[in-house]
Design a protein around this ligand. Sequence first.
Ligand code: GSH
Length: 339
Amino acid sequence: MLRCLLGLLLLAAPAFAQPASPGATLAAVRARGTLNCGISTGDPAWSQPDSRGVWQGVDADICRAVAAAVLGNGSRVAWAHLTGQNRFPALSGGQVEMLARTTTWTFLRDSMLGINFTAPYFFDGQGFLVKVSSGVEHAAQLEGASVCFVSASTHELNLQDWARSTGIRFQPVIFADKDEARRAYESGRCDAYTADASQIAAVRAAFPNPAEHRLLPELISKEPYAISVRQGDDQWFDIVRFVVFALIEAEELGITQANADRMLAESPSPAVQRLLGKSGDLGPSVGLERAWLLNAIKAVGNYGEIYERHLGEGSQVRLPRGYNRLWNRGGLLWSPPIR
Ligand SMILES: N[C@@H](CCC(=O)N[C@@H](CS)C(=O)NCC(=O)O)C(=O)O
């Protein structure tokens, strides 16, 4: 574990990375005309190319929302496809302006890697996938099992913590490449595959016979996904953070991709008028135009629409929203006042 953690920190090499300077990130993105956004190398539901080669998923849409807010056009994104290992150095070294890559917010990542986590946008936990034919229905039955997973992620430490606290012993089978890990599980080289439950659900849905695989009900960790930015530029931090919050707030206020223009023209709600830029100076306060959040919502829809498209009933994953419902509907998603 220590080796893994040290490796991660050395790889991130924050000591050599220059922090961003105040205001410089927005200026650079504007001058370039594109947002450099870090996503995965391919992860169903989060960031994966569709049949036309266009990157789709929750993470890809969050990149588009920020591009729309900052540049007025959600398609002005240059994708950087990052592995678990190189995602943090890419951000701290300035190769990307934000990371939207199924990345769990943890204290050491936040404090040691030269990056800051903005708004959490998905609440997950680490789960296990097994073959139905194994007869395993609960994690407690994994005693002695071989478990495949991907390195440079939160998974290894979670597994060790879980094994220590439950006394369950297992055989770790670690891969650098996610596809190799999945293939190893499929071919029977290990008894279980572990990853964040949303990723497992998406992987399972893409298997030829999803019904042959069972996602165990136990989750062994907290995996709050949050978008991160490089340290040192508070204006950029605020922009990214509040674009994410605005997608959540838009769902709460009933603003959708389809009705945003009409809501702008007709809604008497002060909160709607402020969010969409009809009143107040929210955009100018961070160096942007008044329509920044209107543009973001028009590019990708509100949080609920993004969820439905990639993880919900409109997708093949069909993951219940659970914790990812709005706070006033029994979930954890909550935006501070945008005013
Ligand atoms: N949320 C966890 C795991 C995220 C993660 O890296 N998952 C792997 C699969 S388990 C992945 O996204 N792979 C896609 C890729 O390597 O591009 C973290 O932040 O460490």
